[in-house]
Design a protein around this ligand. Sequence first.
Ligand code: ATP
Length: 228
Amino acid sequence: MSKGIVVPQGLIAHGRGEAFDYILGEETLPAATAATSAAAAFLLMAEHPVLSVNGNTAALAGKEIVNLSATISAPIEVNLFHRTNRRERLIASYLKRLGAGDVLGLGKSASSTIRGIASSRRQTDPRGIGEADVVLIPLEDGDRAEALSRDGKKIIAIDLNPLSRTSRAASVSIVDNVVRAIPALTHASYRLKKMRRTSLERLVSDFDNQRNLAGTIKEMIEYLRGWA
Ligand code: ATP
């Protein structure tokens, strides 16, 4: 936050996530591992996958997102709720220092709009989220997740809260901390790259997000029962 990458509201969102991390034992649940495989299959089968990055994701898992981008050849687009040119450039140069190539969504290049969102988050890059068929949205708010999904894009969320609108709007919700989930997604993508397209298609068609979210909640209850 002192560098200007994360805003105070971002810290509050982070705190909400940490509260959920406690009640899943700060470990990756089996349901999250299943969602991660489905997410990797979605990303590998996509024509235009894009990784949407906000301040929190850059700060918590900047290097991890750069590694994922290189593994699946998907561009990174900066998309901020509290958007300023300075913050966009700060985040882009931070990611570039970590090894990112071109970073999309900066300044005037974010000339497309997602319908149905009032905030400056509606601005997207026509070379990135604008033309994307699959978008990874770690640590995202529900308005944007729902609007992207209404726009016909397949959404992969990483969100510690299985009850959030984001988790419910996504095609695949990985309920896990971004610091664990993004490296796991990179690992799964690397492994699945060797698989046939028919196997990837099966992973996608067999995945039911609502059922997986219900499974996540049951796993959280089991964990809490252990403490009770
Ligand atoms: P929604 O609008 O989707 O119902 P929200 O209002 O809580 O939920 P935001 O304010 O943008 O949405 O909060 C960001 C989301 O990111 C929260 O659901 C929070 O649980 C999640 N989150 C916070 N920190 C992390 C993290 N480290 N890893 C994964 N998810 C996180």
